[in-house]
Structures are given as structure tokens and as C-alpha cells.
Design a protein around this ligand. Structure first.
Ligand SMILES: Nc1ncnc2c1ncn2[C@@H]1O[C@H](COP(=O)(O)OP(=O)(O)OP(=O)(O)O)[C@@H](O)[C@H]1O
Length: 261
């Protein structure tokens, strides 16, 4: 298998919190430069999978490779150069100002005690402008609203200039305007910079509009995978979410659109 084509390969991943199994054999191949979405009901294991991928928890049984290399063999700094993640809960990070938080995204690229360069400042400024938080650069992170803080954390991940960007419910705290902006921005990163985006999304319609590939999880396994229109189907939604929906054609995009019945 070509590592360049699939920077993330997961084989037979099992994981349990103490004795409760949560991932029951997850297999995934994630294509370079794709916008890959993970959907599934509450408790199906999406966040736990992402925590394994980003090493927030110690990976359980199975194999995860990133750029052809066993995930466990990466040092923290090596992995930070390749992968940036935006976790679900953006806890407060002491009282740094927004600009300092985003600058932390540059640390994996700096040697010890090396000061930030003009280029680092430029990258941080661009990331903050792209996420609409440049105006708040001097504000303490704790004084920002949940959605503003989320955008600062996303700016930090972008400033990290990763090859892979992992987002756990990135739009959960964002208003409609910023939801769409973030989806467009991350999609642009895949197209223009070849960044691979892996995002957990609850909104199936956004998943349809923005993803190249969807993994639908159920009970700690991949229930279905493929292009959005082959996965987000009435019968699969019924089987996984236990709700009846109707799919209509989105009059703007021409894609399927989920309407709860
Ligand atoms: N730290 C933990 N300790 C013990 N059990 C946990 C822990 N975190 C998650 N779980 C359990 O693991 C299961 C999967 O949780 P996970 O957060 O991965 O699901 P999810 O698909 O991301 O759900 P959601 O859509 O609600 O975010 C749930 O039953 C949850 O209660």
C-alpha cells in the first residue's frame, strides 16, 4: 500500500477505558488531501478513535501508521510537525492572550530557546485572520466566548502547518456564519495545501456538502464508509441513529439533504 496516498492507516484498532471496550476493531485508510469525516451517534467511539489517533490516550491493540510509520514511534515534537489536533473541549490555557496561544502552534518548528522569526509571526497573523480572531489578538483567552476560543485553537492548529489536521466537532460552539467559514477554510486547506483533514461532525448535511469520504461509526466499529452519498442513506441512518429520515435533493448543491421525518 502506498504511504504517500494514505498517510493514515488503521488496522484492527481496539480500545477500552479500564474494562469497557469502546473501539472494537476499527480499520481505516485515509487518503492524502481528503476531507474525511467521521459521523455516528453519541457514544459510538468517534472521539475515542480521534484520541487514539492523536495520542491523547495510549493506543490500544491494533496498528496505526502515520506516513508509513508506527504512530507509537513518533516523539511528541515529530508528531506535532505532522499532525495538529483541535480537541472537543477547548479548556482554558492559563491566561495567555490569543496571539500567544496561536504562536504555540509554531513551537514544534522552533529549536529550543530559538526566538520566533518574522515568518513565524506572519504565519500566525495569517492563521488568525483566516479564522477571524486577529482583532482579538491581545485579549486574554479566558475572556473570549466559547466560539471565539474555539477559533483561536483552530488558528493555532493551522499555524502549526501540519500535513494532517484532526478536528473533533470543530463547529460545535460556532454560529452559522462561523460554521460555514470554518468548513470552507478547512476544505480550502485540503485543496490548496494538500492537507488531510479528519473531522468528527454531527451535522450530516454539512458532512455531505464538505466531505470527500465519510466513515459512519456504530458501536465502536465502522458501519459504512465511502463517498458521502453512498454512506448517508436513509436505511443506514435508521440502522445507526434509529431515526426515520427522508433524503431530498439540496436545491443549491444538488447533493442529498437529510430531513428528519
Ligand atoms: N474517559 C473515559 N472513561 C470511561 N469511559 C469513557 C471515557 N470517555 C468516553 N467514554 C465512554 O466511551 C464511549 C464512547 O465515547 P466517545 O466519546 O468516544 O463517543 P463519541 O462517538 O465521540 O460520542 P459523542 O458523539 O457523544 O461525542 C461512551 O460510552 C463513553 O461513555
Amino acid at each position: 500500500m502506498n504511504n504517500m496516498e494514505f498517510p493514515i492507516l488503521v488496522e484492527g484498532l481496539h480500545f477500552a477505558y479500564s474494562k469497557t471496550p469502546v473501539l472494537n476493531g476499527v480499520d481505516m485508510r485515509i487518503r492524502k488531501g481528503s476531507f474525511t469525516t467521521i459521523v455516528g451517534p453519541n457514544g459510538s467511539g468517534k472521539s475515542t478513535f480521534v484520541k487514539n489517533l492523536t495520542r491523547i490516550v495510549h493506543a490500544g491493540k491494533g496498528l496505526v501508521t502515520v506516513n508509513g510509520r508506527d504512530l507509537t514511534s513518533y516523539s511528541h515534537k515529530e508528531l506535532s510537525k505532522v499532525m495538529a489536533s483541535v480537541p472537543q473541549v477547548t479548556g482554558t490555557e492559563f491566561d495567555f492572550c490569543a496571539h500567544e496561544v496561536v504562536m504555540m502552534g509554531r513551537y514544534p518548528h522552533l529549536r529550543r530557546f530559538q526566538p520566533e522569526s518574522d515568518l513565524d509571526h506572519k504565519i500566525v497573523e495569517e492563521a488568525m485572520k483566516a479564522t477571524g480572531v486577529w482583532e482579538m489578538r491581545d485579549f486574554p483567552i479566558n475572556s473570549l466566548s466559547g466560539g471565539e476560543r474555539q477559533r483561536v485553537i483552530i488558528a493555532r492548529a493551522i499555524a502549526q502547518e501540519p500535513e494532517i489536521l484532526v478536528l473533533d466537532e470543530p463547529i460545535a460552539h460556532l454560529d452559522l456564519h462561523h460554521q460555514l467559514e470554518l468548513m470552507r477554510l478547512t476544505r480550502k486547506l485540503t485543496k490548496e495545501r494538500g492537507i488531510t483533514v479528519v473531522a468528527i461532525l454531527h451535522d450530516l448535511n454539512l458532512a455531505i456538502e464538505f466531505s470527500d469520504y465519510v466513515f459512519m461509526m456504530k458501536d465502536g466499529r465502522i458501519y459504512r464508509e465511502g463517498p458521502p452519498s453512498s454512506v448517508i442513506k436513509e436505511e443506514y441512518i435508521k440502522a445507526v441513529y434509529e431515526v426515520d429520515v427522508t433524503l431530498i435533493v439540496n436545491p443549491v448543491s444538488g447533493n442529498p439533504h437529510v430531513i428528519p421525518r
